[in-house]
Design a protein around this ligand. Structure first.
Ligand SMILES: NC(=O)c1ccc[n+]([C@@H]2O[C@H](COP(=O)([O-])OP(=O)(O)OC[C@H]3O[C@@H](n4cnc5c(N)ncnc54)[C@H](OP(=O)(O)O)[C@@H]3O)[C@@H](O)[C@H]2O)c1
Length: 243
């Protein structure tokens, strides 16, 4: 019998969010799912909701901006589960609210980079040793078409605003490629996924956002790739998209 795989999903603080739905879909696929949030109370509340659906879910406090919090999280997972099979870097944000390269503040832009790039990077550095203990380690970086040159709706060329967010996800895509190269010899797959414009905030359906179940599917696809699956790619709905 195959042993149950363990997945960590970051940034699961809202029932409406992609992290929560990703956790639900991975739990339904048989994973033990560790859902993490910087506010443990929120992670506990949401894990209870998923446990009530008979899913194997445990909460974890993890602030991706804090070395101590991330290191504690890695120790806790090592002590409890010995290894990690899949890491879904979902935590992120900073959508600019209209900021352009000339109007957005450096403070805001630095915070966006701290979370979307360095926070994700910090988590990866801390958890790679645990992923190495899996014989099929996978990292999924939840990125965005806003960080791509070619996305016709939200991309870097298509939009003047969404500057800090777009640049932070562009950098995250670059990190994905560098890590994929470095981790090839360790058999760990690293891919970036754009979930598409997804209705995780009230009112966004009216602007064309799709249901969260659909956005999460592409993340789950990348999280469940076979050992010989692609690495260093950028995907939406299981299909490559242009950088
Ligand atoms: N929704 C879309 O249309 C869309 C499109 C493309 C990409 N994405 C990406 O998908 C991911 C999820 O977004 P979402 O739409 O589901 O929004 P969301 O619910 O706001 O998800 C973002 C999560 O990141 C968490 N987070 C932020 N800073 C953190 C930190 N320092 N430590 C730990 N957690 C932190 C937030 O927690 P707090 O509540 O504690 O702030 C929140 O749970 C993000 O990376 C986003 O960029 C979304």
């Amino acid at each position: 019998m195959e042993t149950q795989k363990v997945v960590l999903v970051t940034g699961v603080s809202r029932a409406e969010g992609l992290g929560f739905e990703t956790a639900r879909q991975l739990g339904s696929a048989g994973f033990k799912v560790i859902i993490s949030a910087r506010d443990l109370v929120k992670a506990v509340r949401l894990s209870t909701l998923l446990q009530n659906e008979n899913l194997d879910v445990v909460p974890l406090e993890l602030d991706i901006l804090s070395d101590l919090s991330v290191q504690n999280g890695a120790w806790e997972i090592e002590n409890r589960f010995a290894q990690l099979d899949v890491l879904v870097n979902n935590a992120g944000g900073f959508y600019d609210e209209g900021g352009t390269a000339l109007t957005q503040t450096f403070d805001y832009t630095q915070e966006a980079l701290e979370t979307n790039l360095f926070g994700t990077w910090r988590v990866i550095k801390a958890f790679v040793p645990l992923l190495e203990k899996s014989n099929s380690g996978v990292i999924v970086n939840v990125s965005s078409g806003a960080g791509s040159f070619k996305d016709p709706d939200f991309g870097l060329v298509a939009m003047t605003d969404v500057t800090a967010y777009g640049i932070s996800k562009l950098a995250l895509n670059g990190l994905t490629v560098k890590l994929a190269n470095e981790l090839k010899t360790k058999g760990i797959l690293v891919n970036a996924v754009c979930p598409g414009f997804t209705a995780t905030y009230a009112g966004t359906e009216a602007w064309g956002a799709r249901p969260v179940e659909d956005g999460a599917k592409g993340i789950v696809w990348a999280a469940t790739l076979p050992k010989n699956g692609p690495t260093g790619g950028f995907f939406r709905d299981g299909k490559p998209i242009e950088w």
